[in-house]
Design a protein around this ligand. Sequence first.
Ligand code: GDP
Ligand code: ADP
Length: 195
Amino acid sequence: MSDPGSQSRPARKRLTVLSGPSGVGKSTVVAHLRRENPEVWLSVSVTTRRPRPGERDGVQYYFVTDEEFDRLVADDQLLEWAQFAGNRYGTPRGPVEERLRAGVPVLLEIELQGARQIRESMPDALHVFLAPPSWEELVRRLTRRGTESEEVVQRRLEVARIELAAEKEFDTTLVNTSVREVCEELLALITAPEV
Ligand SMILES: Nc1nc2c(ncn2[C@@H]2O[C@H](COP(=O)(O)OP(=O)(O)O)[C@@H](O)[C@H]2O)c(=O)[nH]1
Ligand SMILES: Nc1ncnc2c1ncn2[C@@H]1O[C@H](COP(=O)(O)OP(=O)(O)O)[C@@H](O)[C@H]1O
């Protein structure tokens, strides 16, 4: 007998974590997803990194000083945080908890150490790894983006090797060949019915 409620089952109201090496296309994929699917709420992180040209406070990140970041950590206002290539990044706790309580699908775009913290603290989260089509293509994307100095690109590539090796820790992998296709696959995962 078919389940009469199956058609109207709500979207999974849980947290999705998107992670993957620097330059793989996380920001591009997430920006595309948000444009097409505003019902998915993306957490805006705090960071001590300097804004890149065109980045605005409160949009890509909340840009904070080291002292402000220390205070957020001390006050337990971050759901997770990590040091990455010389800067600190963290997810503000309040807005995420509020959205999840309201039943809104929440997406976090964070690096590996933060993803591990979320796996511990919120075991229901779905962890998605975004992989490059190849190592050479990852190097090309990171270099061509042109937002970092040669030294920073090298540092990020060293971290990328570590992040690529952690792929098996994730629930599933999406290969970022086509942004549009990856977004469709990601949206299907985020909004899959409850099981
Ligand atoms: N743990 C953690 N990582 C974050 C957070 N926000 C961003 N990141 C990650 O920090 C890394 C560096 O981000 P960013 O400097 O914007 O560079 P980009 O992602 O390579 O453009 C990326 O892997 C992001 O996913 C956060 O709140 N927590
Ligand atoms: N599927 C793709 N094919 C080709 N280039 C891509 C693709 N996705 C992203 N890029 C490019 O790769 C570079 C890095 O993407 P970005 O979103 O900044 O990566 P991340 O946020 O993971 O560091 C950017 O120049 C972006 O335009």
